[in-house]
Ligand binder design. Structure first.
Ligand code: MF3
Ligand code: CO
Ligand code: CO
Length: 249
């Protein structure tokens, strides 16, 4: 791999590990009775303490340091005085900006005891992301990624959100290519060693359609069914990929 790619991987590895570590701290407080603003504060402080910025904060006017998306919220939920309750599912999405490079990751947490259905949705979403990561190496098509996710999810009777996608990332938060979470094997651009992008499937219990609330950010399922998401930032290699946002514990 050329020196240019090496630098991108090294810098993204650092930003990614900070974002992952922030999520790990979040996992310790994501409990019934906690306000999503408290999670936001933790993210703000954690990133600050690690010499990083929150990329979402003030990004296109976004007011907070992470996204907190509960239950039927698909993504881009805004932290607030909302109190988490037993049985909720909560996605927290953190993007660290460190030394000019981004690391973007999210997880869906189970708050207290959740329903069997919710558990299955969360588990299926995670597995779909990991199955896609497993096939990544130089010269596969972008459509192969979407195809793996879509097949895995639809086999369980769930649906893939189409209104949001993964994205190239680096010194820019969002850049080309768009990484769709549905699609057909063998279609789309071939990926190359050195590319860095996110995989972040949003999976709904019901219909795939979403709408955005009047705050201009919060995306929800149209049918109000539950939605889950996981996200990793990865770097493509000749024979596989590196996950930059794995947490150490
Ligand atoms: N982290 C989100 C993503 O995965 C983007 C959040 S942008 C924000 O791409 F402004 F809503 F925070
Ligand atoms: Co992302
Ligand atoms: Co994200």
């Amino acid at each position: 791999m050329s020196n240019k790619y090496k630098e991108a991987f090294e810098k993204t590895r650092i930003a990614g590990s900070i974002a992952a570590a922030a999520l790990n701290e979040v996992s310790k407080i994501a409990k019934p009775g906690v306000k999503t603003n408290e999670i936001d504060n933790l993210c703000y402080e954690f990133l600050n303490d690690h010499g990083a910025y929150s990329a979402p904060l003030f990004y296109r006017g976004f007011p907070k340091s992470c996204c907190t998306s509960t239950n039927h919220v698909v993504c881009h939920g805004i932290p607030s005085e909302k109190v988490l309750k037993d049985g909720d599912i909560l996605n927290v999405d953190v993007t660290a900006l460190k030394n000019g490079w981004h690391g973007d990751t999210s997880k869906t947490f189970e708050i207290g005891e959740v329903s069997v259905k919710a558990k299955k949705l969360v588990q299926t979403t995670y597995n779909a992301m990991m199955q896609a990561i497993k096939i990544i190496k130089e010269d596969i098509h972008l459509g192969d990624i979407g195809s793996v996710i879509q097949k895995h999810v639809e086999a369980e009777g769930f649906s893939v959100v189409q209104d949001f996608c993964g994205h190239g990332i680096g010194q820019q938060f969002h850049k080309e290519p768009n990484v769709l979470h549905y699609g057909k094997k063998g279609t789309g651009e071939k990926i190359k060693a050195g590319m860095i992008f996110t995989i972040e499937p949003m999976i709904n219990l019901g219909n795939y359609e979403t709408k955005t609330l009047n705050d201009g950010w919060t995306a929800v399922t149209k049918d109000k069914s539950l939605s889950a998401q996981f996200e990793h930032t990865i770097g493509v290699k000749k024979d596989g990929c590196e996950i930059f946002t794995l947490s150490k514990n």
